[in-house]
Design a binder for this molecule. Sequence first.
Ligand code: BTN
Length: 269
Amino acid sequence: MSLPDELAIPLAREWSRLAPLITDAHWVQTTESTMNLVQAMAGGSREGVLIVADEQIAGRGRRGRVWSSPPGAGLYFSVLLRPPVSPLSQTNPSVVGLLTLAAGTGVTDGVVASTGLQTQLKWPNDVLVGRSKLAGILAEGVAVGTSEQAVVLGVGVNVSAAAYPSEIAMRATSLETELGRAVDRGEVLAQTLVGIAHWYRALLEARYDEVLRAWREAAPSAVGTTVEWTTPQGRRTGVTAGIDDSGALLVRTASGIERLIAGEVTWTL
Ligand code: BTN
């Protein structure tokens, strides 16, 4: 289905700035998760297929969490990407390794461009206002045959307070809650995609240092914040010391600098 005018008109205005991130846009009224819909298209579609939903009944976040997605209360979308496959390296920057960070930077740019609201990033993928979560990013790899690789990039932005259940109200916020006024969902969608497209192009052109610099500027808590995380040996604690060039979080501990790639980090801001 094609997008409703509310979203299609602002998107059409910015269309020339969206390649190669977006080449094709679709709309669904309701679905389990836009991640599933885009994943199902990974075998036969080219890069840049965008699916936006008005409602998700099984929206998901990182680590199997639920992403609450009631009708009309947020932006819920996923995009099919076919980033180049770089030689496996844990420490070098790569398009896939920095994709979540680049997308987060794009969301912060898009939110400020469309609404004036300043947000911060929290490693690896949270978009915050103060300590409350406004938006989240999810990147899932899809194996297509043996040699091809695709990534489904999903973004959820809380537009009104109805986007999150009251039990997480302390940890979540929305554009309308922060701004105290109605916002134009189409403008937020268009500018968020412009922002992500800008930083995706930077990755494809191997301008990794620009992406890392922009992410670091938008993520003050990546330096000097006390964090805890779990290892097979038990709970560890340390103080954030920035990210390295591959996007891993560095944490200063009593026994030296640790490098965190995945896993759950608790921020004790
Ligand atoms: C997170 O912060 O844990 C990531 C949240 C990602 C939510 C978006 S909403 C659109 C897309 N569809 C989903 O089911 N999840 C992502």
